[in-house]
Design a protein around this ligand. Structure first.
Ligand code: NAP
Length: 245
């Protein structure tokens, strides 16, 4: 399980849900990991984490450009560089377009898409100096399936796909791969905002008849981060129990 030994991972939004599982998985694979969060960090250090001295949480809002620079500087000082960037921090502010507040549109775009832009731009110099890297953008099947009430979220997640494909072309010559992971419905706090009866209806529509779990997303991220995945770039990989088939 040491396939990421000596590597440095940076995960945005690593305090809960998918991000937290990704942090734990990268660390279990031998990487040093810096992760960001925006609110209070509960229960740190988490139980069962090996090598916790190689895991560094930093409070930093992905919408804040100066905070982003601070995260990168600290990562370089503490661990020497960035090899794996996982753009995971994301929010929903659901609502129908006719009544959507401009701030809900802007906040979702700035967090989900703008955050990725800021972290990618700030990490690239280090990846280039280290002769390679991995960028993994956590998009959503909402990027490829229309869901009423999620136009802002879907636009941000579809934007991540365009970003992924263009950057893959731009960075392939630098040995930096760029891929997007498209989770379906994954059991996290984000799903808790959906009423229980709607969640039941959704489960029936999923061919696998269940929501996914965060460890399943983390496994795919760890694989994409590994040397095994060096020839995979510019891809959008759904992990959704067959929902987007
Ligand atoms: P979650 O449980 O709500 O966790 C979101 C994470 O993002 C938290 O760590 C949160 O930090 C962080 N975050 C939010 N805004 C931030 C900001 N401005 N700056 C820094 N960190 C911020 O969400 P999740 O379900 O794990 O989702 C993770 C990613 O997967 C998101 O991009 C989401 O869109 C995507 N996704 C999720 C699902 C799903 O079904 N769960 C499906 C498709 C895609 P705090 O704890 O500090 O708030």
């Amino acid at each position: 399980m040491n396939m990421l030994a000596g590597k440095v991972g940076l995960v945005t939004g690593g305090s809960r849900g998918i991000g937290r599982s990704v942090v734990a998985r990268l660390a279990a694979c031998g990487a040093s990991v810096v992760f960001t969060h925006s609110g209070p960090l509960h229960g740190w250090p988490w139980e069962g984490l090996k090598q916790s001295e190689h895991i560094l949480p930093i409070k930093a809002d992905v919408c804040d450009a100066q905070a982003t620079e601070r995260v990168i500087t600290t990562t370089l000082e503490q661990f020497g560089g960035v090899d794996i960037l996982v753009n995971n921090a994301g929010i929903v502010r659901d609502g129908l377009m006719a009544t959507m507040r401009a701030e809900d549109w802007e906040q979702v775009l700035d967090t989900n898409l703008g955050g990725a832009f800021r972290y990618i731009r700030a990490s690239l110099g280090s990846m280039m100096r280290r002769d390679g890297g991995r960028i993994i953008n956590i998009s959503s099947i909402g990027a490829i399936r229309g869901i009423a009430g999620q136009a802002n979220y879907a636009a941000s997640k579809a934007g991540l796909l365009g970003l992924t494909r263009s950057l893959a072309a731009e960075l392939a010559g630098f040995n930096i791969t760029v891929n997007a992971v498209l989770p379906g419905y994954i059991q996290t706090d984000m799903l808790e905002s959906i009423p229980a009866n709607v969640r039941q209806q959704l489960t029936r529509k999923i061919p696998a008849k269940r929501f996914g779990n965060t460890a399943e997303i983390a496994s795919l991220v760890a694989f994409l981060a590994s040397s095994e995945a060096g020839y995979i770039t510019g891809q959008a990989i759904a992990i959704d129990g067959g929902l987007s088939n």
